[in-house]
Design a protein around this ligand. Structure first.
Ligand SMILES: [Zn+2]
Length: 140
């Protein structure tokens, strides 16, 4: 799904969308899944800020106990979309920047990149892990 940043900056909507993610997923994601998101665009003098609110239950395989579990994923990102490399360089230390000459962003790329950064690889606490499977793994 492509977003025309320039146009959205003029007509902000806060509609909810669902997108099916099935490619480039982190290896510990068990299977393709749907994610819900809303977005809006703020206009700044030489860049745009794309706000994305992401929500979904992500099927993961815990890298400690190997159990499949559903992670309640909720993430908000703010990405500065710049049309030019020079602008991006100016802001890259203070903002999360992407360069996009045509100012059209594929939201799927943004969502998948965020998954790689923010999904946990294992259950948050060791006592949430499947204890029987942990013992089996440790005895191997
Ligand atoms: Zn676990």
């Amino acid at each position: 799904m492509k977003i025309d940043i320039k146009r959205k900056g003029q007509h902000n909507i806060n509609q909810r969308f669902t997108v099916h993610l099935d490619e480039r997923l982190p290896f510990y994601v068990d299977k393709p899944f749907d994610i819900e998101f809303t977005y809006h665009v703020d206009v700044h003098p030489d860049y745009y800020i794309l706000h994305v609110e992401e929500k979904g239950n992500v099927p993961l395989v815990c890298q400690r106990c190997a159990e499949e579990w559903l992670y309640e994923y909720h993430h908000h990102s703010e990405i500065a979309v710049c049309g030019q490399e020079q602008t991006a360089e100016k802001y890259q230390n203070s903002l999360d920047v992407i360069v996009c000459p045509d100012l059209i962003v594929d939201i799927k790329d943004v969502l998948v990149d965020n998954l790689h950064l923010f999904l946990p690889k294992k259950h948050e606490k060791i006592d949430q892990c499947n204890q029987d499977q942990l013992k089996l793994i440790q005895n191997d």
